[in-house]
Design a protein around this ligand. Structure first.
Ligand SMILES: *Cc1c(COP(=O)(O)O)cnc(C)c1O
Length: 396
């Protein structure tokens, strides 16, 4: 049997490679941070991590993790409801709720699991899920696991959303689902308009704050802060794997009855391990830090503003962004790959994206800014972009 299957896999892998879609991984041999070393021995500046607040190698979090490792051991060896809950997990859930201004929180091993386990326990074939076309893969998968009627509107298109809501009056309960920040463009969802439409058409709202928590809003509380909707959104999901230290872990936070139902019925919670004590402890230390100071958010916002302004001044076409994601538009797929490669030679690690990850003829380099970047890092990146941009005829 395997012989046939093996040749099938080999053929498919070759097709992926020939289509130029084969994903090769670059190996980092230093901690994750602004300046990293890769396995070729090269030192590069990292502009493609989700390390928005620069916390991946933060000493306070490392110390909190080490302390928990000594005091609470390595792993939990259990799901939460059997014997996998420490005080640290409860504490972290509470702190997440305080951060977002919500009623309660349930932790998952990842946001992929939070999104995978949020729909099926709450909604049935009588209900409607109305989803932005650019929502994250984990939302799409989560919706697939649920029997609710599906509606889809194109990215941030409020006329289409309204049309979906009109049709969805036929269902019992309605929920509108959106990413907070869309990862390829860096645009924030129009949560104010979504919320207004939800009120008008009697729907609930769910926002995935994975790329927006810690980033968007003056204090980084996410899209609900930006749009003055704290406490008004029924369901928020998010990750501890991006701005919040970048280790592992996800959560759903929101109305307490929703969270209570998820604890009873959400399959990735009931049938999968909880996060290790050291990650929960570091998470607690991280939210304490967020409550104490706004230094990192301020630095991130200043860094992003500076980078975008300088890149525009250099002549680059940057997608309007309200996050720490800057899409440098090149339109041509091959050019995006060429440019990323040349930038790496200059010591700037960025990734070029092209179809099918982004729409056809919308190829770009995505730059992700961090509070871990110093001004000199940004200047070096801008200089390298300018040099290579001129070389390749992208700018004059
Ligand atoms: C990264 C991301 C996830 C997945 O988060 P993990 O915790 O890494 O599983 C889910 N949703 C969105 C919008 C994301 O950007």
């Amino acid at each position: 049997m395997y012989n046939n299957f093996q040749s099938y896999l080999q053929t498919t892998l070759k097709e992926i490679e020939e289509a130029g879609l084969y994903k090769n991984e670059r190996v980092i041999v230093s901690p994750q941070r602004a300046a990293i070393k890769v396995s070729t021995g090269k030192d590069v500046l990292n502009f493609c991590a989700n390390n928005y607040l620069g916390l991946s190698d933060n000493q306070e979090l490392i110390d909190a993790a080490k302390k928990a490792l000594d005091e609470r051991g390595f792993g939990m060896s259990s799901v939460r409801f059997i014997c996998g809950t420490q005080d640290l997990h409860k504490e972290l859930e509470q702190k997440i709720a305080e951060f977002f201004g919500t009623e309660d929180t349930i932790l998952y091993a990842a946001c992929f699991d939070a999104n995978g386990g949020v729909f099926e326990p709450l909604f049935t074939e009588e209900d409607a899920i109305i989803s932005d076309a650019l929502n994250h893969a984990s939302i799409i998968d989560g919706v697939r696991l649920c029997k609710a009627k599906r509606y889809r509107y194109s990215n941030a298109n409020m006329e289409e959303l309204e049309e979906c809501l009109k049709q969805a009056q036929a269902q019992r309960y309605r929920v509108i689902v959106t990413d907070g920040v869309f990862s390829m463009d860096g645009n924030v969802c129009p949560l104010d308009q979504i919320h207004a439409l939800a009120e008008k058409y009697n729907a609930m709202v769910m926002v995935d704050e994975s790329h927006s928590a810690g980033v968007v809003g003056q204090t980084g509380r996410g899209t609900t802060e930006l749009h003055n909707l704290r406490g008004k959104i029924e369901i928020i999901t998010g990750t501890l794997g991006k701005a919040f230290g970048g280790a592992i872990g996800g959560f759903t936070t929101g109305k307490k009855e929703i969270i209570a139902m998820l604890r009873q019925r959400s399959r990735p919670y009931l049938f999968s391990n909880s996060i290790p004590p050291m990650v929960a402890a570091a998470g607690c230390a991280m939210f304490d830090m967020m409550a104490r100071t706004n230094e990192l958010q301020d630095k991130l916002h200043a860094n992003t503003e500076y980078f975008v302004a300088q890149m525009k001044a250099a002549g680059f076409d940057i997608k309007p962004t309200q996050s720490a994601i800057c899409a440098v538009m090149l339109y041509d797929a091959k050019l995006s790959q060429q440019m990323a490669e040349k930038l790496l030679d200059e010591g700037i690690y960025v990734v070029g994206f092209y179809y099918p990850v982004v729409p056809k003829d919308q190829a770009r380099i995505r730059v992700q800014i961090s509070a871990g970047h110093e001004r000199e890092h940004l200047d070096k990146a801008i200089a390298a972009f300018t040099k290579i941009g001129k070389e390749l005829g992208v700018i004059k």
